[in-house]
Design a protein around this ligand. Sequence first.
Ligand SMILES: Cc1cc2nc3c(=O)[nH]c(=O)nc-3n(C[C@H](O)[C@H](O)[C@H](O)COP(=O)(O)OP(=O)(O)OC[C@H]3O[C@@H](n4cnc5c(N)ncnc54)[C@H](O)[C@@H]3O)c2cc1C
Length: 412
Amino acid sequence: MSLPADGHLIIVGAGLAGYHAAYGVRRHGHRGRITIFGEEIRPAYDRPALSKAYLTGAVAEEDLLLDDPQDPLEVDWVSGLGVVGLAGSRNGTEPLGVRTADGAFHSADAVIITTGASACTLPAASPAAGPQEWSAAIRPYVLRNMDDALALRDTSLAGASVAVLGGGFLALEAAATCSERGAASVTVVAGEENPGAARLGSPVGQAIRTAHEARGVRFAPPTRARAVRSTLRGHEVLLADDSSLEAQVVICAIGARPRTEWLLGSGVTLTQDTSAVLCDDTGATEVPGVYAAGDCAQWASHSSGLRPVGHWQEAVEEAAVVAAALTDAQPAVLQEPYFWSDQFDLRIQGAGRIHLADTTTVLDGSPSEGNLLVSYSRGGEEIGVLGINRLRDVTRWRKTRRIRTTAPALAA
Ligand SMILES: Cc1cc2nc3c(=O)[nH]c(=O)nc-3n(C[C@H](O)[C@H](O)[C@H](O)COP(=O)(O)OP(=O)(O)OC[C@H]3O[C@@H](n4cnc5c(N)ncnc54)[C@H](O)[C@@H]3O)c2cc1C
C-alpha cells in the first residue's frame, strides 16, 4: 500500500526508527502531513551514548538530538503524549487512526509503529523469598531512556560498590562507565563465565572479561539475579545459586521487551514469545496501511534468523525500507547487520550474520591484548567478522558486503 501524495502519516514513537521513517518519507517527496507522537517530553534523541559518554558527562543532552535545528524535518511533533490504541481492521473497512492518552482520535492514511522497547526488570521476589524483598522503593537503575540515564548520572558513584546485573553489552558498558566514574568496586552478575562467549565465541568472551578484570571489574560466578532487597548499607542482590551480593548501587541490564502493550486487541499480530509486532520484510503488518520498524518489530527475516533485533543500524534500515514502501520509492540499499559497543578503551564492532556461524576463527591479535580480529563462517563461507579495536578491518569488510534485499539469502 502506498501513501497518497497528500495523505496524513502518523508515526507512533519519537525515537530512532520514528525519526528516520519520517526523514525517508520526506526525502522521497511526500508532501502530506506527518505527525509524530512521542510519550517522552523531550525531542527525539539517540540512545547509544546513554550507557557510555552521556553517563560520564562527555556528551550533553543536546548532542544526542536527532533533528537538526539548522534543517528541521517538516513534521508535527507531539511530545509528552502517549498513544494508547490503534484503530483499523485487517479487511480495511474500519477507518485507520490512533487514540492518544488524552482521549482524542487522530485519523491517518498510514501509521508506522516505532515504539521501541522497555527495560526488563527483575520479577517480584518469589513467595519463598518473602514479599518484603521487593518494593517500588528498591527499584534498581535501568538504562533505556534519558530519564533512566539522568538518574544514574546524578548518582554519586565515587567510592560506591556497584552490582551490574546482566552480561550483555549494555551491562558491560554500564560496568565500564561506573568503574571510570570512580566506583570502589563493580561486580557483574552474568549467566556465563566469559560474557558474550555463547553468542560471539569464547575468544571474544575471554577478551572482554580480561579487559574488564584488568581495569578492576569483578565477575560473580556465573548465575542469575532473582530479586533485590534493601539492607542497612544499601541493597542485597539475591542470586539464583542461593548466594547473595551486597551493593550500594544496583543496575539491572537484563534485556528489553517491545513496547506493544497498547496494541493488545488491535488488528496487528504480536509474536507469542516477545510480543513484538509481526511484519513482512517491508515492515507491513496484517492491517492495511500499518507498518512497524525498530526494536518493537519482528520482521520475517528476523524470525528466520537472517537479521538481528535490537541494534541501531537495524532500526535505521528498517525505517528506510518502510519509507520506501510507503512512497513507492526504490528499496533502500542495505548493509550487512552491524553493531558496536564501547567499553573502557575498547571498541567492539561486529558485522555480518555472526549468530548463524558454525565456525569461529581468530585471524589476528589475542584475547589478552585487547586487540582481536575474529572471522565467522558457515559451511566454509565467511559470513561475519568481529573486531576489538580493529576499526579499519571491520570497515573494509563492511564496504565489500553491501546487499540489496531485506532478506539476504543464507549461505547453504
Ligand atoms: C542505553 C542504550 C545503548 C545502546 N547502545 C547501542 C550501541 O552501542 N550499538 C548499537 O548497535 N545499538 C545500541 N542500542 C540500541 C539502539 O539504540 C536501539 O536499537 C534503537 O534506539 C531502537 O530504535 P527505536 O526507534 O526502535 O526505539 P527507541 O529509540 O527506543 O524509540 C522508541 C520511542 O517510542 C516511545 N514510545 C513508546 N511507546 C509509546 C507510545 N505508546 N506512544 C508514544 N510514544 C511511545 C518511547 O518513549 C521512545 O521514545 C542502545 C540502546 C540503548 C537503550
